[in-house]
Design a protein around this ligand. Structure first.
Ligand SMILES: NC(=O)c1ccc[n+]([C@@H]2O[C@H](COP(=O)([O-])OP(=O)(O)OC[C@H]3O[C@@H](n4cnc5c(N)ncnc54)[C@H](OP(=O)(O)O)[C@@H]3O)[C@@H](O)[C@H]2O)c1
Length: 315
């Protein structure tokens, strides 16, 4: 079995590749950086340029599932030109794939599974969101995710199963938001953001990768939230990080006004609130390895996670 992954070289992509290999699934991947190309039997890179629509059709050979993660990071100051890049990189990646597949004489692709984000749900301290929610957050993030998901839906016309994984705050040792939150805590300078009441619907990176493979294996279609069953407030998250890295929390919360001054519009990433449900994927049979924040952080900072352990009992 062979999957094609875009954005395979990023934080989430690397974990999905690791899990694919642990389960005997070979990976082709598309990268925008020629220096990231590797040509092994089970890990074969192909260059693409979503800006110009350039793509090597050999990447589809023997592929039954496409996992789409490509997109410029949102964790960079949101200038007008960078906002355009955030949107264009996602839309162009999907349209490049779509056009290439649409022009193939034949292929074996059964599923197109794309990253999406819980940023689509309107920020709220009270609401508890499931996938049936129709309202979209009135923010740049809401706009990005709406446009992104609409583009993903174009694949339905290719008669391929389409799945959108609405990803929450990814907790991983080596990248994403967690190390940035944990570093000041380790230096006795950690503090929660704003009121600290905002909901953080987080997910451990291994569980996230398992969800991608679970939806592929079970041919699930539609929208799925990829968040752990127990979201926490920002106050609780920082407290749990402090416990995991064995430091006291000394400082008061950083006021929202200061965060806005430092991060500009991007402050929305840490100040908005989404309490999101994992019920749908659980009802389809997915079992979280890390349902609680303390065990998820322990697996990262307690170094209890055994590399490759997921080769057994993944699904
Ligand atoms: N991490 C989170 O907390 C989180 C939460 C919600 C949603 N997501 C979404 O999940 C996806 C994967 O997240 P991640 O954290 O793994 O992201 P990441 O580490 O930034 O990796 C994204 C990958 O996308 C590719 N890429 C970068 N700029 C691109 C561009 N202009 N055009 C096409 N491809 C480009 C890069 O691969 P190459 O250099 O190989 O081309 C990069 O490795 C992203 O779309 C992200 O928005 C992540």
């Amino acid at each position: 079995m062979r999957y094609l992954i875009t954005g395979a070289t990023g934080l989430v992509g690397k974990e999905i590749v690791r899990l694919c290999h642990a389960n005997g699934i070979a990976v082709n991947y598309l990268t925008t950086s020629r220096n990231k190309i590797v040509s092994k039997e089970n890990y074969h890179g192909f260059y693409w340029n979503p800006k110009t629509g350039e793509l090597d059709n050999n990447c589809f050979k023997g592929v039954s599932v496409i996992i789409n993660l490509a997109g410029a990071t949102i964790a960079k100051r949101w200038s007008k030109s960078y906002k355009k890049k955030i949107i264009d990189s996602r839309i162009n990646s999907i349209s490049t794939l779509y056009n290439a597949i649409n022009n193939l004489e034949s292929h074996d692709i059964k599923s197109f599974i794309s990253a999406s984000a819980i940023g689509i749900y309107p920020s709220s301290l009270e609401k508890y969101y499931d996938e049936k929610e129709k309202n979209v957050d009135n923010s740049f993030l809401g706009e990005v995710v709406k446009l992104w998901e609409n583009e993903v839906d174009s694949f339905k016309s290719l008669k391929i199963t389409v799945t959108k994984i609405r990803i929450g705050l990814v907790l991983a040792a080596d990248g994403g938001a967690l190390p940035q939150m944990a570093t000041p805590v380790k230096l006795y300078a950690g503090a929660a953001f704003g009121s600290g009441k905002q909901w953080q619907s987080w997910i451990n990176i291994t569980d996230l990768a398992r969800i991608f493979l679970f939806t592929a294996k079970n041919n699930l279609n539609g929208n799925y939230n990829a968040v752990a069953p127990n979201p926490v407030s920002q106050n609780k998250l920082i407290k749990e990080i402090a416990k995991a890295v064995q430091r006291p929390l000394i400082l008061p919360n950083i006021p929202a006004s200061i965060i806005k001054l430092i991060l500009g519009k991007m402050s929305y990433l840490v100040l908005s609130s989404q309490r999101v449900s994992s019920k749908k994927i659980e009802e389809d049979g997915f079992i979280f390895k890390h349902p609680n924040i303390s065990s998820a952080l322990q697996s990262i900072y307690g170094q209890k996670e055994i590399q490759g352990a997921n080769s057994v009992g993944l699904f």
